[in-house]
Design a protein around this ligand. Structure first.
Ligand SMILES: N[C@@H](CCC(=O)N[C@@H](CS)C(=O)NCC(=O)O)C(=O)O
Length: 211
């Protein structure tokens, strides 16, 4: 398999964690987002949104959207499961993951911030916007996980929720968010980061990582 990604891309980071948890190896094909490589015609031909990640299966199928990719990997490689067996817990895990992937990450994404700059917002205001988006989303997630058994977001093993949480906390820190406001999320993050699958997926461990 081939994974088109970028070391600092949190959506790619989610998929890297899933691959590592499943013990799957892929060829990593980096696209430098700040240089606009995601908009090259050859890449748009496989991902018309011009976003990473994209996964190419061994059979040549092209998959986009990190959550769809992760669910496909989970179905094709059921161990260890990334979603709980209980249908209510499964819905809660998906809700948490979507709170990050559908409602938080997209409004602080590179192209949204670039558009805000084009519309005249100063760099300070752009960062303020991104920090606000992260604070809002993570604060809701703190409440969603508050009553759940730990140490992970939803119980004693990592789920799709943790795959979304860890990369988003990295984004939040980059935008200067005080993440100590989210103790339940930090507990889950600490448990996750102690696992090699999460540690090896970190941005600074990737072939295209910049110093
Ligand atoms: N919902 C998509 C989001 C993908 C996405 O926004 N990726 C970012 C990097 S984390 C990207 O490619 N940004 C390029 C840009 O904004 O131009 C997913 O989960 O895969």
């Amino acid at each position: 398999m081939k994974l088109h990604g970028y070391f600092r891309s949190s959506a790619s980071y989610r998929v890297r964690i899933a691959l590592n948890l499943k013990g799957l190896t892929v060829e990593h094909l980096p696209h430098h987002l700040r240089k606009g490589e995601q908009c090259a015609p050859a890449y748009l031909a496989i991902n018309p949104q011009g976003l990473v990640p994209t996964l190419e299966s061994d059979a040549g199928a092209i998959l986009t959207q990190s959550l769809a990719i992760i669910e496909w990997l989970d179905e094709a490689n059921p161990e260890p499961p990334l979603l709980p067996k209980d249908s209510l817990q499964r819905a809660k895990v998906r809700a948490f993951a979507q709170a990050i992937a559908c409602d938080t990450h997209p409004v602080q994404n590179l192209k949204v911030l670039a558009r805000l700059r084009q519309l005249g917002l100063s760099e300070d205001k752009v960062t303020e916007w991104a920090a606000w988006a992260n604070r809002e989303g993570l604060s809701a997630c703190e409440t969603l996980a508050a009553g759940e058994a730990g140490p992970f977001c939803f119980g004693s093993v990592p789920t799709l929720a943790d795959l979304c949480l860890v990369p988003q906390l990295a984004n939040a820190r980059r935008f200067g968010v005080d993440v100590t406001a989210f103790p339940r999320l930090l507990k889950a993050e600490a448990a996750a980061k102690a696992m090699k699958a999460f540690a090896d997926a970190a941005p600074d461990k990737q072939v295209d990582a910049e110093q």
